[in-house]
Design a protein around this ligand. Structure first.
Ligand SMILES: [Zn+2]
Length: 170
């Protein structure tokens, strides 16, 4: 999992864009959600920590992971399950699960297109789908990943700066 930062940056940029275009009211979208998206974006790689070293790309990198999180989110929404700690921070428990579902799906998608691939149907199939697009770029993989991270980080900084300036005028 050498490109953890890429996963985090893409997750926080996407949720920030989502907030910007779908939640005009900032109060309905606490900043904690951005932190949660960052965690969700790297969550599938937690299986490297908890599982045996030779146990590669298992269940956390399958499509069942986001699906289960999505179902739990809908379950919480339907039965109106609440948690006081979360409510005090103006968050919704169901929405947290939706962020985890979207974040893990994003992670799996990035693994499939960028480099390592994912075992989308694990444990039913061990087949790993991976397009390894990074191998088509005529630079070393490390350098390519650093360039991608730098561009993403610049986008994030400029975005924040631009938004701060916008707020100054209103
Ligand atoms: Zn991964």
């Amino acid at each position: 999992m050498p490109y953890t930062t890429t996963h985090v940056l893409i997750a926080i940029i996407l949720i920030e864009l989502f907030r910007e275009y779908f939640f005009k009211d900032n109060k309905k979208f606490p900043r904690y959600y951005i932190l949660i998206a960052a965690i969700a974006g790297i969550m599938p790689d937690l299986e490297y920590i908890f599982m045996l070293p030779n146990f590669h790309r298992g269940f956390f990198h399958s499509l069942f992971m986001p699906l289960i999180l999505l179902v739990i989110g809908f379950f919480i929404l339907k039965f109106d399950i609440k948690n006081n700690w979360i409510r005090k921070r103006h968050m919704k428990l169901s929405f947290i699960f939706f962020i985890f579902a979207a974040g893990s799906l994003l992670h799996i998608f990035l693994d499939v297109i960028i480099r390592d691939g994912s075992s989308l149907l694990y444990p039913f199939s061990d087949f790993v789908l991976g397009f390894n697009l990074i191998s088509y770029i005529p630079l070393s993989q490390d350098l390519t990943l650093i360039i991608i991270d730098t561009l993403l980080l610049f986008f994030w900084i400029i975005w924040m700066e631009f938004k701060l300036k916008i707020y100054d005028y209103f």
